[in-house]
Write a protein that binds this ligand. Structure first.
Ligand code: PMP
Length: 361
């Protein structure tokens, strides 16, 4: 019998832990564990879906030109410097595959998005963690963690699961302080929740070592569509297109995403609702003795006394049909990440946490 062995390091990769959408034995379940937009997507998208139909006998447009044109027009970017992927996860994968390999290092912050170490290990690179300061990225620690082997620095800004962000000066300092040949990936999955923020586009324009990634999964309410994109200097885009499968997006994905990006009114409405409900939820939890950092995203990182209390609260919420996210895997064992849902969901989760704090178990 032949022995089929994976590449060295593959078995060290921990599987990505996703959230369940059901609770055994509970009917009326609210899912607040995946940072989805409770408002759903724009009507422009559902209209387009009805019109598009299934055009499955033809291969889709391999260079995504219509979608890139729509994104470029709306954001004032150059279409030929955009690359699209199956979620921004795939764009992050292109970057990792193209620029890092065995013996290289990939730096990311202490509580960074869980895909970063997965991606590093997928290509045999070493994940290197930089300490944060009170759940905020520390640029000095990030720079200190870099060596001449560092090929990629991943930074979600705003960050998941902390919800915090760093400002433009810190970002520029990070980009400028990186070792030669190292790329800063500014992961902007939550950009649209910060009014007036360009998600790092300006930084990409001004540097040759910065890539920005964005997604339709969050504020656009299209987590199920699986479309994301990146913006980068032209030489980097040319490289990324070489590791991209030619037909990575289908026609429906491209048409619906283009309709979504053209409806910025929907984005504004969702941002405003989120800002209002997020403030309400944070305050309600605080009143129940559960603090959180100021969030720049569509979720709150609720802090409990210790891991035991966070886990007990998670169990209690589940028994009430409320699914939130444990973040012990992010080295935040005393925290629960709670997506800002619609108003009834926010009220329901705040009420249940109040009951839990009042002794209900
Ligand atoms: N980056 C961050 C920081 C995220 O939180 C997520 C989604 N959880 C992603 C990237 C990937 O999003 P998607 O692949 O759905 O675009």
């Amino acid at each position: 019998m032949s022995r089929i062995e994976p590449q060295p390091g593959v078995m060290d990769i921990e599987l990505y832990v996703g959230g369940s959408a059901t609770v055994d034995g509970v009917k009326d379940v609210v899912k607040l564990s995946s940072n989805e937009n409770p408002m759903g997507c724009s009507e422009a998208v559902t209209d387009m879906h009805a019109k598009t139909g299934l055009n499955l006998h033809r291969y889709p447009n391999t260079d995504h030109s219509d979608l890139r044109a729509a994104i470029a027009e709306v954001h004032g970017l150059e279409a030929n410097r955009i690359i699209c992927g199956v979620g921004s996860d795939e764009v992050l994968q292109f970057i990792t595959q193209a620029y890092a390999g065995v013996g290289d290092e990939i730096v990311y912050p202490e509580h960074g998005f869980s895909m970063y170490p997965i991606l590093a290990k997928m290509v045999g690179a070493t994940p290197v963690v930089a300490k944060e300061r009170e759940r905020v990225v520390d640029v000095d620690a990030m720079l200190a963690a870099c060596t001449d082997k560092t090929k990629i620095v991943f930074l979600a800004n705003p960050a998941n699961p902390t919800g915090t962000m760093i400002g433009g000066n810190d970002l520029a300092r990070l980009a400028d302080g990186l070792p030669d040949g190292c790329i800063l990936v500014h992961d902007g999955a939550y950009t649209e929740y910060v009014q007036g923020f360009d998600g790092g586009a300006g930084l990409v324009e001004a540097r040759d070592n910065v890539v920005m990634t964005r997604t339709f999964s969050k504020i656009y309410g299209l987590g199920g569509l699986r479309v994301g994109w990146g913006y980068a200097p032209q030489p980097i885009i040319d490289v990324l297109n070489r590791v991209r499968q030619p037909f990575n997006l289908n026609d429906i994905q491209m048409k619906l995403a283009a309709a979504a990006v053209r409806d910025q009114e929907w984005v504004t409405k969702c941002r405003n609702d989120n800002t209002r409900l997020r403030a309400w939820l944070a305050e309600a939890l605080m009143e129940h003795g559960v603090p959180s950092d100021t969030s720049c995203t569509n979720f709150i990182l609720a802090r409990f006394a210790d891991q035991a209390e966070a886990e007990a609260c998670d169990e209690y919420l589940k028994s009430q049909g409320l699914i939130v996210r444990r973040v012990a895997g992010y080295d935040l064992p005393n925290c629960l990440r709670i997506t800002v849902g619609d108003e009834p969901s926010c009220r329901r989760v705040a009420h249940a946490i109040g009951q839990f704090k009042g002794g209900a178990r």
